[in-house]
Design a protein around this ligand. Sequence first.
Ligand code: FES
Length: 495
Amino acid sequence: MSVLTGKELRIVGFLCNWCSYGGADTAGTARAAQPTDLRIIRVPCSGRVNPLFVLKALMHGADGVLVSGCHPRDCHYSSGNFYARRRLEMLKDFLPIVGIDPERFEYTWVSASEGQRWKEVVTSFTDRIHRLGPAPRWADIKPRYDLPFNQPEKLLEPIRPLGCGENPSLGELKQAIRDALAAKPGADGRKLEGVLGWKRGFDAVHAEPVFMQTPEDVDELVWGPFNVHNLANFLPQYKGRKIGVVVKGCDSKGLIELLAEDLIKRDDVVIFGMGCNGTVSESRIRARLPENAVIEAARGQGATLVVSASGQDFELPMKDLAQDKCRQCVKPNALVSDRFVGRPVTEPEAPADDRSGALRFLDDLTLEERMGFWKGQMERCIRCYACRSACPMCVCRDHCVSDSRDPQWLTQDDDVLQKMFFQLIHAQHLAGRCTGCGECQRACPMGIPVFALKQQFSRMIKNVFGYAAGMDPTATPPLLTYQVEEPNIKERELS
Ligand code: FES
């Protein structure tokens, strides 16, 4: 049936004021016959189109979304559409991971004089959406709750030997920190206020962050498989103060990204680095102990963790306990440090298939199954925002858009769509900035695999821009910049 005569679908169009809106106007003035499904929202520039606008429309009932701006090099604000091109291209590739058909979204360029082209664009896109039919509604999708990639037999084999034994360099590290704390003020006239590290937590298989200021504090420092927290997370709150931090590979990547975004200053931080032999998933330890067992002690013996609980010893291989991110880690050593202690750990080659178990699982699902997967997972979300709090790159803190009431991006309802949209905001804000520490997922008390959303963005950013966050403090994240000619972005023609 012709899109001009068939039943209307809900298509949202974001049109830049200066070109595409003018193009639509030109088409209208010329009385060009067009489908009427499109609901136009006029924006100052395509660069104003936050990808979250598109996501919100698609999640809340739009069957399709079209963004149209001035042709490249013609933007009224000179570069808005260059930024838009990168963001919208990433968005298009992101949509399938949450079960949205990427064909339901398109972006294009139409100038004010191109009335005929506008007619062709809107007809072609509307025709495409009619061929796809009404979009599946979240409310109608059957949720699925399984996490097969978390089953012990499905865990990915680590690409390097992981260990949990005593680190022989811990004493040297403690001495280096004691010396630094005792040192006289440096050339900048400032003395070290303290050093961030880890100490034993509430039981033998937990560590917690500590801010060491005295030699007694330093005595408490631990190094091993329980040092799960990414200490880079705490650095922005000390901005302008001289402090030290102990880092493993993933903490150092967070630190580098904070430097790259000028969220901390290199002169403010003294970095103590070591090599990491992997960290554990606390829930995987718990899952291998009897229910309600009281943990009394834990000691590492090479690649085996011996946990004493309720009067029994349990020998747990590190390869069964390691966090997923540690299984494929190729940067276990601190990438940046003022003092690297001990011998660097051998760095493995990146595997040909570096997808996490969660991404492999999601890749094998249909779009509808993926939507059902996220619906099922988000039903468990308690909106504690631990994922946000644990993320070193989630730096807006009290100004997070998800807490904003004007505009209101989210309600506080106990609603699965609201919860999912929060995760989409988080993932979108980390696109090109996530260093892959996986803290969002580790911190989630409900075990929701939210890291997969960031991993989806990271692999697209790597494929299109060859960029990995947290490697170079002088780099600019790709979505904060642009190239006039984008070698890896193919312009799609709608007309
Ligand atoms: Fe039209 Fe920027 S003003 S895309």
